[in-house]
Design a protein around this ligand. Sequence first.
Ligand code: NDP
Length: 284
Amino acid sequence: MIIDGKQISQSLKDAMKIEVDALAEQYGRRPCLMVIIVGNNPASRSYVRGKIKATEYCGFDGHLVELPEDVSEATLLAEIDKLNNDPLVDGILVQLPLPKHISEDKVIAAISAEKDVDGFHPENVARLWLNQHCILPCTPKGIIELLDQAGVEIAGKKAVVIGRSNIVGKPVAKLLLDRNATVTIAHSRTKDLAAVCREADILVAAVGRAKMVTAEYVKPGAAVIDVGINRTEDGKLVGDVDYEAVLPVAGAITPVPGGVGPMTITMLMRNTIECFLNRENKKA
Ligand code: NDP
């Protein structure tokens, strides 16, 4: 079974569009997402375009704030502060990576935790690991949603996550654990990675190495979630999974493009609505 992230995303966005119209009626305003981009990195520009398009599609307020590559850290922090204090702004996202002269850690921590739609703020990260109410990071949240929508059972299953980054690997592992999977986190020092992966009923690859996961990594019938985004020499977008080789072995698989990627943006929209509701309900 191919898990069609594009189609699942589309139906979730269609539902959110209706929900947002109803919220506008009820609260007299729409959820508002502000996206900040620094510089002209083509990949960042393309991601941001996708986010703005989804924002418009779902009927949110908000827009793109464009800052030049040489903007000072202080100016960026002042811009974030302004948005933190704007009562009409629900979500703030600063597109990463940032130019070297700006501290990403400082920028992430500067965004108000209640408007941190990416779920990267240390307070949200801590809350996730403490099982407290928090804003979940978009890609991990999207992966769980894909598994649920595809009807893949998580509880009681063995899951292997390859990758231990703070934005993908570790939070995916935590969310799978919270759903009662038994989770192994693999990484670049893992010995005999293929054998470790072959144990998995659910295999999540979040590495950033084209076609690294071959058929010998996959237990027959396993669900394979490919988070990787890589460009081949001829410019083609491919994941971490050798899709053609793994497709006949896997029970379910996400393609690249059209799998996890669209879900990440859709979960960003979901998080914006949740931030809006949290803020409105606090007022009540
Ligand atoms: P990082 O570079 O931060 O982490 C990569 C992880 O892969 C590290 O934990 C590293 O191990 C591990 N790794 C590297 N080489 C190997 C290897 N040979 N064997 C086993 N593990 C290895 O990347 P991210 O987590 O930020 O992103 C991972 C991928 O997901 C990238 O392709 C990125 O573009 C993509 N991505 C996609 C998103 C989407 O929306 N679809 C969103 C975010 C990311 P170690 O810790 O030991 O160094």
